[in-house]
Design a protein around this ligand. Structure first.
Ligand SMILES: [Zn+2]
Length: 451
């Protein structure tokens, strides 16, 4: 064995046990009450600590062109920050260009990511163009280990309901999973125009132009197309009560509908847009009111929210400032990649959810839903993606302690109880007590399969 983690408490989504973990060649090879020290010299004492599977952030936008700039974390900075927050796999969105074959989209982004990724990674293809046979890219990507695709119902590259439906049908045919960013584009455009014409330009009107019903209606419509096509559907960054209710209903009816939410919707409400620094919180969909936030927490406890992911897409303060006097000029997105697991584990530490639930939401469920078979649990045969977590540490998030390239964070000042002390990615130490100790380019592409 290369390493033994001793005396810790292993928490998987399926349960908690006190046991030692033996690791060899980057894999978990043994879990037992007590592994003898004679097995190897490299012994990590995890007494009093939790031993958790690394988190999987299924929603990141690293080096993402948006709003006239590019998100401030490239594939190195983003995966470095991920490692330091206990996340050992990220799924980044590879945004198809018009006219581009989807397999080329994956290759183009992989060429950027592979040389620098500090933790493991995979992609979802964000589909823009299905004309002229490009729809066949869905099946081709499934073959190369990228079986998940996202469509946007908003932005200038959003798809029509017709294209969305076509993509769902194709996914059903080839065994792919479609994800959707659900907001009603026409209402967003109309409300935005209206507020701008009335001189209402502060960050608050970002929220007012994308209120609860704008997202809720689109969630219902998206679920409707999934039902009609018979394809499974994954709703990304669900942030409103109406959408939660629609998901619950569809699940109860037996449809394969998955829902993801993000930590920012669990911590903040739309009130943040009234703050002086409100523009820093601008992301889409925006944070909603307290009623929606409560509904999301309840859905988490009920099991109707399947995953937590970050939608990590930070922009520098100077870029956020472009929208000081016009909310439409604020690049959409916030940092979160380093905060997700500590935040959800802290919620567990405080008793809002169980630790098993936090692990399910942040690791086991995304592994299962996206067909990432070597990850999502501490179990013999799985990758040794392991977080050693000290539940007694009190940690106040501040940008100085973060490992992103962004110059600020919406999480500034938020207190969490408990914090990762070490992160291992395939048996390699990548984070150690506040420091990134990983390696540029260590991260590997994870082939996924839904079969
Ligand atoms: Zn996103």
């Amino acid at each position: 064995m290369d390493m033994i983690i001793k005396n810790g408490t292993i928490v998987n989504a399926s349960g908690t046990i006190k046991a030692d973990v033996g690791i060899k060649d980057g894999k978990v090879v043994c879990i037992s009450d007590s592994i003898s020290d004679s097995e190897c010299e490299n012994i990590i004492d995890a007494s009093g600590k939790l031993v958790l599977p690394g988190a999987i952030d299924a929603h990141t936008h690293l080096a993402m062109p948006f709003g006239g700039t590019v998100s401030s974390d490239d594939y190195f900075a983003g995966t470095r920050a991920a490692a330091c927050g206990g996340t050992t796999t990220v799924f980044d969105f590879a945004l198809q260009d018009f006219g581009e074959k989807m397999t080329d989209t994956v290759k183009r982004r992989d060429a950027l990511c592979a040389p620098v990724a500090a933790v493991d990674y995979s992609f979802h293809v964000a589909v823009k163009d299905v004309e002229n046979g490009l729809i066949d890219g869905i099946g081709e990507c499934v073959e190369i280990g990228v079986p998940s695709f996202k469509v946007f119902m908003v932005y200038d590259f959003g798809v029509t309901d017709g294209v969305f439906f076509q993509v769902l049908q194709k996914a059903k045919e080839v065994g792919a999973l479609i994800e959707v960013h659900a907001e009603n584009n026409e209402l967003v455009n109309m409300l935005t125009k209206k507020y701008l014409s009335e001189g209402k330009t502060s960050a608050w009107y970002h929220y007012m132009s994308r209120p609860e019903f704008v997202e809720g209606e689109a969630d219902e419509r998206a679920i409707q197309w999934a039902k009609a096509s018979g394809a499974p559907l994954y709703i990304v960054h669900l942030a409103n009560k109406q959408g939660v209710e629609a998901v619950t209903k569809a699940k109860d009816e037996g449809y394969e509908i998955y829902a993801e939410t993000c930590p920012q919707y669990l911590e903040f409400t739309s009130e943040v847009y009234k703050r002086e620094d409100g523009r820093n919180f601008v992301c889409s969909p925006p944070m909603k009111g307290k009623e929606s936030q409560d509904a999301i927490w309840e859905a988490i406890r009920r099991g109707d929210i399947d995953t937590i992911a970050t939608d990590h897409c930070p922009f520098q303060s100077t870029e956020k400032d472009w929208g000081k006097d016009d909310f439409t000029k604020i690049p959409n997105g916030c940092a979160g990649i380093e905060n997700m697991y500590p935040y959800m584990l802290s919620a567990a530490n405080e008793g809002r959810i169980s630790f098993e639930k936090a692990v399910a939401l942040c690791s086991a469920n995304p592994a299962k839903i996206f067909g990432c078979k070597t990850k999502g649990a501490i179990a013999v045969g799985k990758d040794a993606d392991i977080v050693i977590y000290d539940p007694t540490i009190d940690f106040t998030i501040t940008n100085e302690k973060m490992h992103s390239d962004c110059d600020h964070t919406i999480w500034e000042g938020v207190k969490v109880h408990g914090y990762p002390v070490q992160t291992y990615c395939r048996g390699k130490l990548v984070y150690d007590n506040g420091e990134f100790v990983g390696e540029k380019g260590y991260g590997k592409f994870v082939k996924c399969s839904l079969k």
